[in-house]
Ligand binder design. Structure first.
Ligand code: NAP
Ligand code: F7E
Length: 344
């Protein structure tokens, strides 16, 4: 039985990866941060099967301790301040976690068990102002946010420890991946949650920022399989994981509303653009509050290397992903309404 240590286990990807590794018979260890209220987040449903260790990416001693306790054969570093918008508000914290935190965990591995294999959660945000279309493993980086810059450090230090010390380290350059467990501040989940609220009569309007931004959106459950595959290869390497399709935020909005039987037409331009239903009711507005100081306008990745060398293939289509998210949000909002009714 192999031991796996997952940082960021209670996040979106951590939860799907924990399920995958449990299915494969791993002993799963997961790092949690101490909070005033105990919160298992997305792994609440499997918490009895996971060995939790309290640690923090900014505290190398706690990571050495986690390595000793877990005796990990594989470490998946998923912990991050992962919300791009917040990285302008908390750039130092973002760098401490997303950049130096990677060095902390690599040093912990080097100190406790240099044979341990390591996965780093790199990101398409490193491509930022894209230098080629589609983006692949050879595309030059040009990050556009403190998050992207911090992740680029994490990416290079992962490569550097492979080349300097012979550690088995891999970076997965993952494009956006979403799902029912996505945080509600990210645009896809914000849309599906608000669409469900509008459908069920507890919200009036969806306010968004840049509707023109294009993203390559896949499902998290598919993407964690690629993480595992990378660590099962004979040689460590870096891989892009993407769908090869791109859509605007506006297109995502239209499709999400269609799933609940509402047809949206957009009209107007810039901050005056609105989305109306067939009766003319305004359901979507632009709010400049959600614009970013610098934007990543277009992402579309080529998964060719991952498909060829890892045998990875996505199974959940874009349409199925939106469907799953909408269904789950209709259920969750419905339950919230029912509970509120009982209290009154
Ligand atoms: P997520 O849901 O935001 O999860 C992030 C996790 O990191 C949470 O468990 C969080 O714990 C933990 N964390 C944050 N700061 C920490 C710290 N100082 N010490 C220990 N743990 C800390 O993110 P995700 O979507 O699952 O993404 C997983 C990883 O992939 C992240 O590194 C992200 O940057 C990267 N990535 C994501 C995507 C995507 O589209 N989802 C694409 C490319 C790369 P708390 O609950 O305590 O905050
Ligand atoms: O934004 C635009 C926004 O916050 C997507 C993280 O997982 O993927 C994620 O980063 C796009 C941007 O994700 C709103 O301006 C418009 O262009 O959902 P997001 P992200 O910034 O792409 C990468 C790969 C990661 O690595 C990150 O960790 O949507 N947008 N209106 C909006 N975005 C948000 N959040 N909210 C809006 O109202």
């Amino acid at each position: 039985m192999k031991n796996a240590l997952i940082t960021g286990i209670n996040g979106q990807d951590g939860s799907f990866l924990a399920e995958l590794l449990l299915e494969k018979g791993y002993n799963v260890y997961g790092i949690l941060r101490r909070k005033s209220v105990v919160d298992y987040g997305n792994v609440e449903h499997i918490k009895d099967k996971i060995n939790f260790i309290y640690a923090d990416m900014t505290d190398v001693v706690s990571l050495i301790n986690a390595m000793k306790i877990s005796q990990a054969d594989e470490v998946y570093n998923l912990a991050a301040q992962s919300f791009v918008a917040t990285s302008w508000e908390q750039p130092i914290l973002t760098a401490n976690i997303d950049a130096l935190g990677v060095t902390n965990i690599l040093e912990a591995i080097r100190f406790v068990n240099p044979k341990c294999r390591f996965y780093q959660a790199s990101t398409s945000e490193m491509f930022g102002k894209v230098q080629a279309i589609p983006q692949d493993e050879n595309t030059p980086f040009y990050p556009r946010s403190p998050y992207g810059v911090a992740k680029l450090y994490g990416h290079w230090i992962t490569k550097n420890y492979r080349e300097s010390f012979g550690l088995f380290t891999c970076s997965g350059i993952l494009f956006n991946h979403e799902g029912e467990r996505r945080g509600k501040e990210f645009v896809t989940r914000k849309i599906t949650d608000t669409v469900a609220r509008i459908k069920l009569g507890v919200a009036d309007v969806l306010e968004l920022g840049n509707l023109d931004a294009k993203r390559d959106w896949g499902h998290s459950k598919d993407y964690v399989k690629a993480m595992w595959l990378m660590l099962q290869q004979d040689e460590p390497d870096d891989y892009v994981v993407a769908t090869g399709e791109t859509r605007t935020v506006r297109e995502f909005v239209k499709i999400a509303f269609e799933k609940v039987g509402i047809k949206i037409e957009f009209s107007g331009e810039g901050v005056d653009e609105v989305g109306k239903d067939e009766s003319g009711r305004v359901l979507v507005k632009v709010n400049p509050k959600f614009f970013r100081p610098a934007e990543v306008e277009l992402l579309i990745g080529s998964p060719a290397k991952a498909e060829e060398k890892l045998g990875w293939k996505r199974e959940i289509s874009f349409d199925e992903m939106v469907e799953r998210m909408i269904e789950k949000d209709l259920y969750l909002v419905g339950r919230e309404i029912a509970l509120a009714g009982k209290k009154n």
